[in-house]
Design a protein around this ligand. Structure first.
Ligand code: UGA
Length: 426
């Protein structure tokens, strides 16, 4: 199949590389010329395990091209896959400027049949709107099908998710494009879920909202466990053995961040309110999440009541391990709060040298704790779990280790005479 992917961001690039590898002829277009130029030279602007190699392999085979000629490419390819960004606006709704731009180009260039697939996360009703807009701009309905095909890619595991999907969702208005759509992906055992355009959009929001709900539930349970001096890890284990609940996404800690869960929660709430539907549960999920940073700061202050002039080291600055993405990272919010309280902040992250005023970033994990009063683990990178705690103890001035991801073996920390702090961890 000949596919033009609009948008060379996270979703666009990973999907382009995988579809090319599945045997399709793919062109990935973006208006940002410098980005396209770099990609042509083999420089991939994001970190995603395996992506560099997959792009190089398929560029070499000529199954993957990059271009900044957006109009010409959209005109010339029969399948258009929209993967542009839909960032949050101040009121929580999604900014659809980039979607509009692509739709404009499709409207001005379509004169033979095309399948238009939206992969970007868009509010319910957007794909219907795309269909109606094309009709209103004079494109005959015989000349196109709009398809809503949300992505379920986790950063750091996006290629795995593309090769091993647990479902493939297609929202369509008619059955006409279905035969072609079935040729798009490597399916494995994944079921197809066919639904309406808006149904597919809502499956995506429901998925991220549910994952966020599980995390806030875990965090609330960890607080209750903390009050009763019970290990939350035992509760998570107990919950996880029930297949109706499942163990995934029950890890307590600083809360959820990243470019998806917080944004999609806000956008879903906004969409619900537009139809006068209250979102009490979603609001509570957000509230619990927003309170996590303060909760951990209070925990720290049980041992260090006055943080002024204290030197605090933060291990892990990304929004989760396995990525270099700092977007909506709880660790960054925490660091800013520490600075507000007058702390001198030192950081270490395996992927990122943080450049933030007032922050000293270290490439060496142990050097970062030298002379610190406290160490906070804010991202559960595997190397932090294997730390040499005797080395940490010998370098630190103070002795507090705050495990803000409930990921460290507290016995190993305590054995070195360090003070271990966590929420819901005894
Ligand atoms: C999320 C979804 O997991 C993907 O399925 C979805 O496709 C993607 O958003 C998207 O909409 O594009 P991602 O943002 O990469 O993927 O990150 P997650 O792995 O979901 O983690 C989100 C946040 O939740 C992270 O800050 C992580 O630390 C936190 N988290 C996760 C917890 O606090 N506890 C957990 O048990 C799991």
């Amino acid at each position: 199949m000949r596919i033009c992917i609009a948008g060379a961001g996270y979703v666009g690039l990973t999907t382009a590389a995988a579809l090319a590898d599945f045997g399709h002829e793919v062109i990935c277009v973006d208006m940002e010329e410098s980005k396209i130029e770099s990609l042509r030279q083999g420089k991939v602007p994001i970190y995603e395990p395996g992506l560099d190699e997959l792009i190089k392999k398929n560029v070499k085979k000529n199954t993957l091209l990059f271009s900044s000629q957006v109009e010409e490419s959209i005109r010339d390819y029969p399948i258009i896959l929209i993967a542009v960004g839909t960032p949050s606006q101040e009121d929580g709704s999604s900014n659809l400027t980039f979607i509009n731009q692509v739709v404009e180009v499709i409207a001005s260039t379509t004169n033979v049949y095309k399948i238009i697939i939206t992969k970007s996360t868009v509010p319910p009703g957007t794909n219907e709107w795309i269909h109606q807009t094309l009709v209103a701009k004079g494109i005959n309905e015989d000349l196109f099908d709009v398809v809503s095909n949300p992505e379920f890619l986790r950063e750091g595991l996006a290629l795995w998710d593309l090769y091993h999907p647990n479902k493939i969702v297609f929202g369509t208005k008619t059955s006409r494009p279905i035969k072609e759509l079935k040729k798009l992906y490597v399916r494995g055992k994944a079921p197809y879920i066919f639904t309406s355009l808006t149904g597919a959009e809502l499956i995506k929001y429901a998925s991220n909202a549910f994952l966020a709900t599980k995390i806030s539930f875990a965090n609330e349970m960890a607080r209750i466990c903390d009050a009763y001096e019970v290990d939350y890890a035992d509760i998570a284990k107990g919950l996880g053995t029930d297949p109706r609940i499942g163990r995934y996404f029950l890890n307590s800690g600083l809360g959820f961040g990243g470019s998806c869960l917080p944004k999609d929660l806000s956008s879903l709430k906004h969409s619900a309110l537009r139809k006068k539907v209250e979102t009490k549960l979603l609001d509570a999920v957000r509230e619990v999440n927003d309170a996590q940073i303060e909760l951990y700061l209070n925990k720290l202050m049980t041992e260090l009541p006055d943080l002024t002039e204290k030197q605090i080291t933060v291990w892990g600055v990304t929004f989760k391990p396995g990525t270099d993405d700092l977007r909506s990272s709880p660790a960054i919010t925490l660091i800013n709060k520490l600075i507000e309280k007058g702390c001198r902040v030192h950081t270490h992250d395996p992927m990122v040298q943080l450049e933030l005023p007032g922050v000293h970033s270290h490439t060496d994990q142990y050097e970062s704790v030298t002379d610190s009063d406290a160490l906070i683990i804010s991202t559960e990178w595997p190397q932090f779990l294997e730390s040499d705690w005797s080395e940490v103890k010998s370098r630190m001035k103070g002795s507090i280790v705050l495990d803000a991801r409930n990921c460290i073996d507290e016995k190993l920390v305590r054995r070195q005479g360090l003070v271990y702090l966590g929420v819901g961890k005894q």
